[in-house]
Design a protein around this ligand. Sequence first.
Ligand code: GAR
Length: 198
Amino acid sequence: MIRLAILASGNGSNMQAIVDAYKFGILKSLAEVILVISNNANAFVLERAKRENIKSVCMERKSFKDDESFNKNILAELQVANIDLVCLAGYMRMVDKEILKVYNGRILNIHPALLPKFGGEGMYGHFVHEAVVKSGEKKSGVTVHFVNEEYDAGKIILQKEVKIFKDDTPEDVARKVLEIGHKVYPQAIKRVIEEKRG
Ligand code: GAR
């Protein structure tokens, strides 16, 4: 069984989708969420973890004296829990270099657009969908990719498109993209695990 950790800052619907895929779907007997870490004390993802009986840790940057001690604590939590694979799910911070080194090729992220378009610093959450609609795109989608030292630039694992209709608002696009992401993220995790097993 692969031991997953989720890093999340908000609602946690992607965390829920991954947990559900382990309980009822394609991650059954394959990958279990062992740990949820959130950098936001008010994030609903912490409530979801409680409901699912999953260990959760809240670590806000402001509770630490500097970035280094904040990141050290995240890494320690991952290592103490023997985590194999880290999934960012609406995690609105850059992952630290040291964590990237230790978990090289084992950190995934879901991005709410078809990378390499609409990625990079500042392109997250609703900003992405606003930019997509503003530029008149006919499609958007989700991308699950490996995380490296650059925002949204790691190797792509899986992408899936959604259509954009002419009257769609950024909220409409966000809803479609979020929904499709709930299917794609567990699929991408499965693919990574299978590829690592060879
Ligand atoms: C998702 O749409 C995810 O793709 C996006 O945040 C949302 C999190 O939703 N991630 C990013 O924008 C990362 N750059 P959730 O908290 O319900 O899983």
